[in-house]
Design a protein. Structure first.
Length: 132
């Protein structure tokens, strides 16, 4: 097993996710019964993030924008598999890709706020840390 692949599995073993529903989300849902509820919007985002490889990609991108080749080197995945996960994250509004010459530079979507240890998804917060 490559060192990059071993680090990927080590990340999976130490991942701890903490979710906190924002108070404004529940108020928004109750004040607009005709709109799709924010709890459903949050569930959609969490479904996108509900896969360890995609969480690994998000953790990498929390450190800053990366090219696909850099993520591939860090995660040790087949390029086609990484591209699939990036498409799911793009479609879910979690990441965005910007053309950089012949390559694509990926970063977290502008609507997501970093708070040092995690991401504010707008409906809830996703934090990465050591499990206890």
């Amino acid at each position: 097993m490559s060192a990059a692949r071993a680090e990927h599995w080590n990340f999976r073993a130490r991942l701890c996710i903490l979710l906190h529903m924002n108070e404004s989300s529940s108020e928004e849902q109750s004040s607009s019964p005709g709109r799709r509820g924010s709890a459903e919007d949050c569930a959609d985002k969490l479904k996108v993030l509900g896969e360890p490889t995609r969480l690994s990609v998000v953790e990498l991108l929390m450190r800053g924008p990366l090219h696909v080749s850099e993520m591939n080197a860090a995660l040790g995945l087949e390029q086609s598999l990484l591209s699939h996960h990036l498409r799911v994250l793009r479609d879910g509004g979690i990441v965005e890709g910007v053309r950089d010459g012949k390559a694509v530079l990926y970063r977290l979507a502008p609507g997501l706020k970093l708070d040092g240890i995690g991401i504010d998804l707008g409906c809830c917060k996703l934090s990465f840390g050591e499990s206890s």
